[in-house]
Design a protein around this ligand. Structure first.
Ligand code: 6PG
Length: 254
């Protein structure tokens, strides 16, 4: 059983620096996977922070350093809204990245936010089982999973205290969100066992609002295990946290 590696924490001056570092690492991960296995399976993060990274990847030089023909794009989670809705994670990724690179449409596997949540979760589970030729209890191993984190320590759509966080068997589940979460719509999300099967997980976290959650997740005492982002520790993979200085500000505090 490979032991869990400790997180690699990289602090960048600002969101632009975080986007550049994320793009550089994305390119490196893609090149390595394509050289080794002829394809790069990546799950994109939602929310707003990753948009800067996606725009960097859609622009020179990074755009031209990826062989997009062999990139296969999945999603870590989705809001249960239509794909053209302003809150759709797929729409954000399409507008900032997917429409601007030579990525075959057939290589993009979005979660069907327009379906009833459970149907969307079941449909995505079928896609993953077919694409990764999964049988029985085996888990698909993404080359890279991008994640963000909320100021409550949630990641993907795994929120503190919600049943989805405790899921141990299913790859994908539908979940409601706590009352304080916006947008207040149901979600579809990859589960912790799936996230922790990845070859690499890279968190992208920016802004002072996140500093206390970053401190709790990266250095907090045991109760922080209740924080979803703290539970993401690839069993046999790399864990990288890209932070801007604002989000990392509480780390140096005693
Ligand atoms: C979502 C994301 C969610 C996001 C965090 C941080 O669908 O919103 O999956 O987990 O990464 O809420 O969001 P920001 O990057 O917008 O702060």
């Amino acid at each position: 059983m490979a032991e869990q590696q400790s997180p690699e924490v990289v602090i960048l001056p600002d969101p632009a620096g975080l986007a550049e570092e994320g793009a550089r690492r994305f390119v490196a991960a893609a090149a390595g996977a394509i050289a080794a296995r002829g394809q790069f399976n990546v799950a994109l993060a939602g929310g707003s922070t990753p948009a800067g990274l996606y725009r960097a990847l859609a622009s020179p030089p990074y755009r031209d350093q990826v062989d997009w023909r062999w990139v296969f794009v999945y999603f870590g989670d989705e809001r249960c809204v239509p794909p053209d809705h302003p809150d759709s994670n797929y729409r954000m990724a399409r507008e900032t990245l997917l429409d601007h690179v030579l990525l075959p449409r057939a290589n993009v596997f979005r979660m069907a936010g327009e379906l009833p949540p459970q149907e969307a979760a079941d449909s995505y589970t079928r896609i993953l089982r077919e694409d990764f030729r999964i049988h029985g209890g085996s888990l698909p191993r993404f080359d890279l999973i991008l994640l963000g984190m909320g100021d409550d320590g949630h990641t993907a759509s795994l929120f503190p205290g919600m049943a989805a966080l405790a899921e141990r068997w299913r790859l994908v589940v539908a979940t409601e969100v706590p009352a304080y979460v916006r947008p207040a719509v149901a979600r579809v999300t990859l589960t912790l066992p799936f996230l922790n099967a990845a070859a690499q997980v890279m968190f992208l976290v920016a802004g002072a609002a996140k500093m206390e959650a970053v401190r709790a997740v990266l250095t907090g005492p045991a109760p922080a295990d209740l924080l979803p982002a703290r539970r993401v520790r690839p069993r046999n993979g790399r864990l990288v946290w890209l932070l801007d200085e604002a989000a990392a500000a509480a780390l140096s505090r005693e």
